[in-house]
Write a protein that binds this ligand. Structure first.
Ligand code: NAP
Length: 460
């Protein structure tokens, strides 16, 4: 894949970038390894200052950075601004809380003293996706730099300007060389690099194929990995839910970021008693979304991230329809010059259809009508993925009971799956393993070292 900025609103190539050469990658890894020797010895206040500075610079340059996001991957400009705010909040969050999270954990052995000390492990490689080009990097870089690790980032090939901007911000914020390094390389080269013995851990957010590739290398070379992969989240609406609010949240949950969120509400599962009412309202509101230029503040549905993504999504819809799915709304490409796809609702979906088995990464909602709560839970769990999900009900205790039976890493009651710096994020099953954000996100690439103190005569 060429490394280039291609505006998905009109499919014009804006700029092409040369890959980082093998020699330059070698020099960068050597520099990162050297940087680690010094960075691990810095105190938490020094690291926190750097992260606060990065956060401040992101906020200062919000308009410019948001514009690059929208230019490169087509996100609505207001959502791009929100992403910069959220990313800055993540840097501040770890600057403020990191030291506390990493404090010694005192144990209570029967004899003597013991505690766990958290130490950094070294140079990490992060492979990141385009769908939230600043936020995804923040989730990986902020906690790890606070621990004292140093990071190398291979970003998605369609967001090179975002990737370069983040590295520049670190430099301007005062990061010593090697603490944060951007690599313009292909996915295949990232997997090769993961084998380098100077890289001590790898984190990938993206597709199952890419995750499997990098985790295979990590496994072979015995290093820690974290994978944040795809999802097919269920959005369950029970008969006692506030239907109007559930409809509004379903639209946000499914259409946010033009439907390209790992935790988007991809499967809308509504119990029979309120299914007709929900579907009528959902369809009307989705049909009203204003499609257009993502730079225009009036636009509510922009293009997908690339022409390839739009072609792939339209093909998944076409294959599902051929296999017997019904199109309730949309279903086709929009006749604009860019990577546009109609907001779509599909129903009558069954196992074996693309829309049932695969992740649909765009503005296509799969609508399921089920008999009752139990049927909703069974359907929600009938997926190889296990990322997020939501349950809408006026009875919070019932919501918690349902949440308990859904086999995913996150379940939200009366809200689509969402993210804030202080809540852990991650999945189970084929959605990956490990967690980012919150206190859990700072706990992945760290040596939890036991230090044990006993008298020479102690026996235990
Ligand atoms: P992708 O193709 O897997 O790309 C993600 C990253 O992996 C890119 O940097 C890509 O580089 C790289 N890559 C591709 N092949 C690789 C390989 N063999 N070895 C190492 N790296 C490789 O993912 P996508 O389809 O663009 O992104 C969307 C996917 O990410 C969806 O499935 C979505 O659900 C998932 N996602 C998950 C989370 C989460 O937190 N669970 C969050 C966001 C997105 P190139 O761009 O150069 O190919």
């Amino acid at each position: 894949m060429a490394i280039q900025t291609k505006n998905p609103s009109n499919n014009q190539v804006i700029k092409t970038f040369a890959e980082t050469t093998p020699d330059a990658v070698e020099a960068a890894v050597a520099s990162a390894e050297q940087a680690f020797v010094l960075w691990r010895k810095t105190d938490y206040a020094t690291r926190a200052n750097l992260l606060h500075m990065v956060a401040m610079m992101m906020r200062e340059r919000k308009e410019e950075l948001a514009t690059i996001i929208t230019l490169e991957m087509g996100k609505l400009i207001a959502e791009s601004r929100g992403e910069i705010d959220l990313s800055a909040d993540i840097f501040d969050y770890y600057a403020i809380n990191g030291e506390n999270f990493l404090d010694d954990k005192v144990l209570e052995p029967k004899v003597g003293e013991a505690f766990i000390r958290h130490s950094p492990i070294g140079v990490l490689l992060g492979v990141e996706p385009w769908n939230f080009p600043f936020y995804q990097v923040a989730r990986f870089a902020a906690p790890n730099i606070m621990i004292g690790n140093v990071v190398m980032v291979k970003h998605a090939s369609n967001v090179p300007q975002c990737a370069i901007a983040i590295e520049q911000i670190f430099k301007t914020a005062g990061a010593q060389e090697g603490v944060y390094t951007n690599l313009l390389i292909s996915g295949a080269r990232a997997s090769e690099l993961a084998a380098d013995e100077r890289i001590k851990g790898v984190s990938l957010t993206g597709s199952e194929a890419a995750g499997s590739s990098i985790a295979a290398v990590a496994g072979k070379y015995l290093k820690k990995s974290v994978l944040e992969l795809g999802g097919n989240d269920a959005f369950i609406v029970l008969e006692d839910a506030d239907v109007d609010q559930a409809v509004d949240w379903a639209i946000v949950g499914r259409m946010n970021n033009t439907g390209q969120c790992c935790v988007a509400a991809k499967r809308i599962i509504v119990v029979e008693a309120v299914a007709d009412e929900f579907l009528t309202k959902f369809k009307h509101k989705i049909a009203d979304l204003k499609v257009g230029d993502p730079m225009d503040a009036e636009t509510q549905l922009g293009p997908l991230s690339s022409e390839e993504a739009a072609v792939n999504l339209a093909d998944q819809v076409a294959r599902s329809v051929k296999a017997g799915a019904t199109v309730i709304l949309g279903g086709s490409r929009i006749n604009f010059p860019g990577a546009f796809m109609e907001a779509t609702i599909l129903t009558d979906l069954k196992p074996g259809m693309a829309a049932y088995d695969e992740e649909l990464f765009g503005p296509v909602a799969s609508f399921y009508r089920v008999k009752d709560e139990q049927a909703a839970i069974v359907l929600a769990n009938d997926s190889p993925f296990g990322l997020g999900g939501s349950v809408f009900t006026n009875d919070i205790e019932r919501g918690k009971r349902v949440a308990d039976q859904i086999d995913t890493g996150m379940v939200f009651i009366n809200h689509p799956t969402w993210t804030t710096p202080d809540l852990p994020f991650g999945g189970t099953k084929r959605s990956g393993y490990g967690r980012e954000l919150s206190s859990l996100g700072i706990d992945e690439f760290v040596n939890k070292k036991l230090i044990r103190v006993s008298a020479l005569t102690d026996v235990f």
